[in-house]
Write a protein that binds this ligand. Structure first.
Ligand code: X2X
Length: 343
């Protein structure tokens, strides 16, 4: 009798649950949009594709993410990306902290001039407690942080002459992203900053409308063959540009728990893969990425920690000014984690 009741209960349960499960899957959209600011062939774009592929495979096609590259979802205006993510136009992003720092002020932590000396320092911040805290900040704004990727340390290139000390930058017209702190840093260094979107920047390099720019060597400068426009590079590690794999939290809540787990795991794996790609040839003893610049006719100035000091001093007032905007507590925590990473 008991057995029969149990079987009966199981059949009824299955009848109730099966349509509910099928219904959940039916509610999934045919396509989810993922925003990326740069082109598909750059490590940044490749990281997004890797993530989308992992999710598609592991969900047996239930979740189909299409990567929209070159800022196409926000008509080129890269600093609008967070807004279109928040409102659900882009359900997923692989986004730069720089482009979102106008919407989420705390992300200017990564833009503080000369705060991060090396990759160990960066990992100490993103891969620990502070990384989680940043995840918490995004969560409050309706976005879920899934994992970290990387554009890289930003290096200066220009067509005018070698830059080894701040004076060398005097009056140079340097393209920067349209975020206030970058304009202030370049101004403090004596340069003449011109802010523009990445799409327009590439046209400005071509026309010679700007003398220089700053972007990661492996992430951007090698793939766009920056040597076509600029003969001089300076490796100064003045700011770092991490990338964040994210999903709109409402969209995430619409997925089954199993699928949410798959999405999280895919971001962690794609992030690890993509970070390694972005660092390749940039960490001694393998500095082959710098050789690539030289082989293509560029003169490369590498600033050691001592030489960075003169630049750091020139930009100290900008750093100080931005601490309250980022949050004094967050900056202090990061400074401590970075100091500990150097021991
Ligand atoms: O615009 C840039 O320089 C780029 C591509 O690096 C960013 O989106 C931050």
């Amino acid at each position: 009798m008991l057995k029969r009741t149990l079987v009966f209960a199981m059949v009824i349960g299955a009848l109730i649950w099966m349509p509910a499960l099928a219904d959940a899957a039916n509610k999934y959209k045919k396509e989810y949009k993922m925003s990326v600011v740069v082109g598909p062939k750059l490590p940044w774009g490749q990281g997004a594709t890797k993530f989308a592929d992992l999710v598609r495979e592991r969900t047996d096609g239930r979740i189909n993410i299409k990567v929209y590259t070159s800022s196409s979802l926000m008509a080129g205006k890269q600093t609008n990306e967070f807004l279109i993510h928040r409102n659900g136009v882009a359900e997923f992003c692989l986004a730069s902290t720089i482009n979102w720092s106008t919407s989420i002020k705390e992300l200017n932590l990564f833009n503080l001039p000369f705060l991060f000396p090396d990759y160990k320092a960066l990992d100490a911040v993103t891969q620990g407690e502070i990384g989680e805290e940043i995840g918490g900040l995004l969560k409050k704004k309706g976005v879920t942080l899934l994992g970290w990727g990387e554009n890289g340390f930003r290096a200066l290139t220009n067509s005018k002459g070698p830059v080894a000390k701040p004076e060398d930058l005097d009056g140079m017209k340097i393209r920067v992203v349209g975020t206030p702190i970058f304009i202030e840093i370049m101004t403090a260094l004596g340069a003449n900053p011109a802010n523009m979107n990445w799409g327009d920047a590439q046209i400005a390099f071509q026309s010679g409308n700007v003398d220089g720019q700053e972007n990661p060597v492996v992430g951007i400068e090698i793939p766009v063959k920056i040597w076509q426009f600029h003969k001089y590079a300076t490796i100064w590690r003045y700011v770092i540009d991490p990338l964040m794999f994210t999903v709109n939290s409402k969209v995430m809540a619409g997925f089954s728990e199993e699928d949410q787990k798959i999405i999280r795991q895919a971001a962690v794996e794609a992030g690890e893969w993509q970070r390694a790609l972005a660092r390749k040839g940039l960490i001694a003893p393998d500095l082959s990425a710098l050789d690539t610049l030289r082989e293509n006719g560029m003169e490369v100035v590498v600033l050691d920690q001592e030489a960075r000091k003169a630049f750091r001093e020139k930009t100290a007032s900008v750093y100080k000014k931005w601490v309250p905007t980022v949050g004094a507590e967050l900056v202090e925590k990061a400074e401590k984690a970075i100091a500990a990473s150097q021991k």
